[in-house]
Design a protein around this ligand. Structure first.
Ligand SMILES: [Zn+2]
Length: 234
């Protein structure tokens, strides 16, 4: 079996896990999705490296026993798998992923909120962050723009004030509350995120924007997002 691991030192890397399915002795059944592991692997003369040892550091089993949490973690995983290059370390994305999995595993902040945080920070770390503090064209700050809702131009990657809108492309409309929340989440730590209180509807609006933005930037449909949408609509 070839399994892809996301590692701190080597980034995304496929490893050959020999007899992983039947060898409980070798890997102790620890090769589960969303588990943080300590692994040892060896080079394999130009071929796929071989996984030698794996032991759980944090199994995060509460994610796998909850379908909604699994759906969110699956989405983050696909995002990382799609966006990162093999054997290219991404320490910032790695620590974001581990932090968010830990929080998702605990009974802390709601998964929707964590997913907004994951997506916004992922966008910042990978250089695709949306412009949410000012109009992307005239640079007027959000405080001086009186529009509500505020338009977001996907193509330009930022907010666009009513004076600068040309009407040629259909913008994503965001309430001012969502814009403020997105800025707060993108710049705050996990403690700050836990303190956010807002209605389910506004959380859903903010999350829908983050997902639409990420899909637009990635430029392809993500299977995990279809699954996540189906789970939410149940
Ligand atoms: Zn403007």
């Amino acid at each position: 079996m070839i399994a892809t691991f996301f590692t701190l030192t080597h980034g995304k890397i496929p490893l050959l896990a020999k007899y992983a399915r039947r060898s409980v002795k070798r890997f102790g059944g620890v090769l589960d999705f969303f588990s943080v592991l300590n692994i040892v692997f060896s080079k394999n003369r130009g071929r796929i490296p071989i996984l030698k040892e794996a032991s759980p550091a944090h199994p995060y089993e509460k994610i796998r026993s909850d379908i909604k949490k699994t759906a969110y973690a699956g989405y983050w995983t696909e995002l990382i798998a799609e966006w990162t290059e093999e054997r290219h370390p991404e320490p910032g994305v790695y620590s974001l992923f581990v932090d968010m999995l830990r929080e998702l595993n605990s009974a802390g902040a709601p998964p929707e909120l964590l997913s907004i945080a994951f997506q916004m920070r992922f966008a910042c770390l990978t250089g695709i962050e949306p412009v949410l503090k000012s109009c992307v064209k005239c640079e007027s700050s959000i405080e001086t723009i009186s529009d509500n809702p505020v338009a977001f131009d996907m193509e330009k990657g930022g907010l666009i004030c009513s004076k600068c809108r040309t009407g040629s492309n259909k913008p994503f409309l965001l309430s001012r509350g969502s814009v403020m929340r997105l800025n707060w989440i993108a710049n705050g730590d996990i403690e700050r995120i836990r303190r956010i209180r807002c209605s389910e509807a506004s959380l859903a609006e903010t999350d829908a924007f983050a997902e639409a933005f990420i899909v637009y930037r990635i430029g392809k449909k993500l299977k995990s997002l279809d699954f996540l949408t189906a789970i939410r609509e149940r």
